[in-house]
Design a binder for this molecule. Structure first.
Ligand SMILES: C[S@@+](CC[C@H](N)C(=O)[O-])C[C@H]1O[C@@H](n2cnc3c(N)ncnc32)[C@H](O)[C@@H]1O
Length: 268
C-alpha cells in the first residue's frame, strides 16, 4: 500500500493554476506542493548553508519524494543531486517536474529502495534526507549504507523523528499503522547508532517545538481551505488527508513524538 498519494493531486493543482503539462516551471513555484517535510524550502536552504554546498558538489538525497528538496538544492547551490525514491509514481512525476524546471542536467532521479541500490562507494560529497529515515526500520543498516556512500570528509544532514521518553505503546502502534514508522529510536539510541556507523562531529538540533507548531498550523490551514480542497480533489481525499494531519498533530501534541535535525561527518 502506498503512503504517499500525491501524484494526481499535484497534477490537478498545477492544471487548476494554469500550469498544465506543457508549461515551464520555477522550483520555488512548486514549494507548497512538492516539499513533503516540515518548513518547506526554508529547511532545504538551511541545509545548503550547513553543508556549504556549491557548484559541482555531488549530493545524494535519500527518499526524494517528488524531488522538491533536490530542485531547491540544485537551483540554489548549483550542486549535482542523485535523488533516490522508492515509489515509481513519485519518482516519475519528480523527474518530469525537474525537466520542466530546466534542472535535468543537475538532478538524476533514481527509483528504488535505497538499501538495495548499487550506488557508488565514496561517491558523494554530501548526503541529505528529509523525513525518510523514519520509514526505514533497520537504522543501523541504513546508517552504514549512508556512511559507505560518502567520501571521507563528506557530510550528512538529516531531518527525522525520534521517540521521546513518554512515547507509549498505543502511540507506537499509531505510528506503525498510520505513518509506516516502526522502531523509532530514542535520542540516546540514535546518537549511539550514528557513532557506531563511524560518523564523527555529530551535531543534533531538537526540532520538536517548531515542528509541533508547523503541523498544528498546517492542520488549521487545511481545515480552513476545506471547500476549495474538496472542489478540486473530492471529499474522500479531504478526509484521508485530514485524518493523517490530525494523527501527526496529536502525536506531537502528546509529547511522545520528537523531531530531530542532525549533521555529522565521515572522518577523513
Ligand atoms: C515524507 S516523504 C519525504 C519526501 C522528500 N524527502 C521531501 O521532503 O519532500 C518520505 C519519502 O521517502 C520514500 N522512502 C521511504 N523508504 C524509502 C527507501 N527505503 N528508499 C527510498 N525512498 C524511500 C517514500 O516513498 C517517500 O517518498
Amino acid at each position: 500500500m502506498k503512503l504517499y498519494t500525491h501524484v494526481e493531486r499535484v497534477e490537478r493543482e498545477l492544471d487548476a493554476r494554469g500550469l498544465g503539462s506543457d508549461q515551464m516551471l520555477e522550483a520555488e513555484q512548486l514549494a507548497d506542493l512538492d516539499q513533503l517535510h516540515y518548513q518547506g524550502s526554508k529547511a532545504v536552504n538551511e541545509a545548503i548553508v550547513e553543508l556549504e554546498l556549491g557548484p559541482g558538489d555531488r549530493v545524494l538525497d535519500v527518499g526524494a519524494g517528488l524531488g522538491g528538496p533536490a530542485r531547491i538544492l540544485a537551483q540554489n547551490s548549483g550542486c549535482q543531486v542523485t535523488a533516490v525514491e522508492l515509489q515509481p509514481d513519485l519518482n516519475d512525476l519528480g523527474a518530469s517536474l525537474t525537466r520542466r524546471c530546466g534542472l535535468a542536467r543537475h538532478i538524476d532521479h533514481c527509483c528504488g529502495d535505497f538499501l538495495d541500490m548499487d550506488l557508488p562507494s565514496e561517491g558523494f560529497d554530501a548526503l541529505v534526507s528529509w523525513l525518510t529515515f523514519l520509514h526505514i526500520p533497520e537504522n543501523e543498516t541504513l546508517l552504514t549504507h549512508c556512511h559507505r556512500c560518502l567520501r571521507p570528509g563528506g557530510s550528512i544532514f538529516i531531518e527525522d523523528f525520534y521517540a521521546r521518553p513518554t512515547l507509549d505503546a498505543a502511540q507506537r502502534d499509531l505510528l506503525a499503522s498510520e505513518v509506516y514508522c516502526c522502531d523509532l529510536p530514542t535520542l540516546d539510541q540514535y546518537r549511539q547508532q550514528i557513532e557506531s556507523a563511524g560518523f564523527s562531529d555529530l551535531q543534533m538540533t531538537d526540532m520538536t517545538a517548531p515542528w509541533q507548531q508547523f503541523v498544528r498550523q498546517r492542520l488549521d490551514a487545511f481545515r480552513q481551505a476545506r471547500p476549495q480542497f474538496e472542489a478540486l480533489h473530492g471529499g474522500d481525499a479531504y478526509c484521508a488527508l485530514d485524518h493523517f494531519y490530525a494523527v501527526i498533530t496529536g502525536l506531537f501534541d502528546s509529547g511522545g513524538l520528537g523531531g530531530l535535525r542532525w549533521k555529522a561527518r565521515r572522518p577523513d
